[in-house]
Design a protein around this ligand. Structure first.
Ligand code: UDP
Length: 327
């Protein structure tokens, strides 16, 4: 039986990937230190005999006994608020963490895929973003810890590919949403839906003219799977090219939730990218992939998920495990 190691397995994307690989008939070794991940996201998988969970920080030496055929490195804080709170951990998981994963993949002769990000393009001056654009990143700004860690991650992954001949894949993931996002992680979609459910006004940062392009999680997982199974070692953008301003997005959430609250405006965070939309021509050509779920449909499913959570989740201010990991 083929076996896949997924780091960050208890997170939003990691948990969906665990399900997908089990459904593909593979055994899944799920790893997470549970700083930002939550066992609730994967507890339904524990009865599966092909699923095992390792509570481990991938920034420390990683040991997995037995065969490993694929490694998916998805461990990382992924929201601007998170990486402002735990900047050193963010840098470590993107540098020491990937180094350990690469070492393991090399030892096991496994194929490795990394979760890179549209953040490597920084505040892009090329629009939409193509894979051959090198980006516009401020290394010492608040987002630098994430952006530079992910850029380093791409560099070391490519070095293992060219120097050691390791089979590697690089997914540049654009904003993705769906069930199991953390309600309190500060990202715009859970922020807006949480505010609507609590009866608060929706906080748009800046004048709301900045754009993002939101991809539903099932589409992303399909893209990841196809990329992993392809023979393409160069970076590939995965995201939904349907672009919207954050101001318009707030209006969509107001309509979706039926809230009678209004939009209020707050300061734009430092280095907040003004525009973001993936050029997915490469993924279309190489993987035959493009998103299938439109925003109205994906948002409806995601809203139902958030509504189904226990009410106290709505009022949790912070993640319980941050304090233990701030060094
Ligand atoms: N944003 C907002 N209100 C919020 C949270 C975020 O207007 O309550 C904006 C944020 O400034 C950014 C966009 O929404 O322009 C997307 O933010 P997010 O944190 O989801 O991720 P990013 O794409 O910036 O990494």
């Amino acid at each position: 039986m083929e076996r896949v190691l997924i780091t960050g397995a208890a997170g939003f994307l990691g948990s969906h990937l665990c399900e997908r690989f089990l459904n593909e008939g593979m055994a899944v070794v799920a790893m997470d230190n549970l700083i930002t991940g939550d066992l609730k996201n994967i507890e339904h998988l524990f009865p599966n005999e092909h699923f095992e969970f390792h509570h481990h920080d991938v920034s420390k030496f990683v040991h997995v006994s037995g065969n490993v055929d694929y490694v998916l490195h998805f461990a990382s804080p992924a929201s601007p608020i998170d990486y402002l709170k735990i900047p050193i951990q963010t840098l470590k998981v993107g540098s020491l963490g990937i180094h350990n994963c690469l070492g393991l993949a090399k030892a096991k002769n496994a194929r490795l895929l990394i979760a890179s990000t549209s953040e490597i393009y920084g505040d892009p001056v090329v629009h939409p973003q193509t894979e051959d654009y090198w980006g516009n990143v401020n290394p010492v700004g608040p987002r630098g810890v994430y952006d530079e860690a992910k850029r380093f991650q791409e560099a070391i992954t490519m070095a293992y590919h060219t120097y050691h001949g390791l089979e590697t894949r690089i997914a540049r993931i654009f904003n993705t949403y769906g069930p199991r996002m953390r309600l309190n992680d500060g990202r715009v979609l859970p922020a807006f839906i949480g505010q609507a459910l609590r009866g608060e006004d929706l906080t748009v940062f800046g004048d709301g003219s900045q754009t993002r392009s939101f991809c539903y999680v099932d589409d992303l997982v399909e893209g990841i799977f196809r990329l992993l199974m392809s023979d393409h070692a160069e970076p590939v953008n995965l995201g939904n090219p349907s672009e919207i301003t954050i101001g318009e997005f707030a209006e969509e959430i107001i309509k979706l939730t039926g809230t009678s609250q209004k939009v209020i405006y707050k300061d734009l965070p430092v280095d907040d990218p003004k525009q973001r939309r993936p050029d997915i021509s490469k993924a279309k050509a190489i993987l035959g992939w493009e998103p299938k779920v439109d925003r109205a449909e994906g948002l409806k499913i995601t809203y139902e998920y958030f509504k189904s959570l226990p009410e106290e989740e709505l009022y949790k201010k912070d993640h319980k495990n941050f304090d233990a990991y701030t060094k």
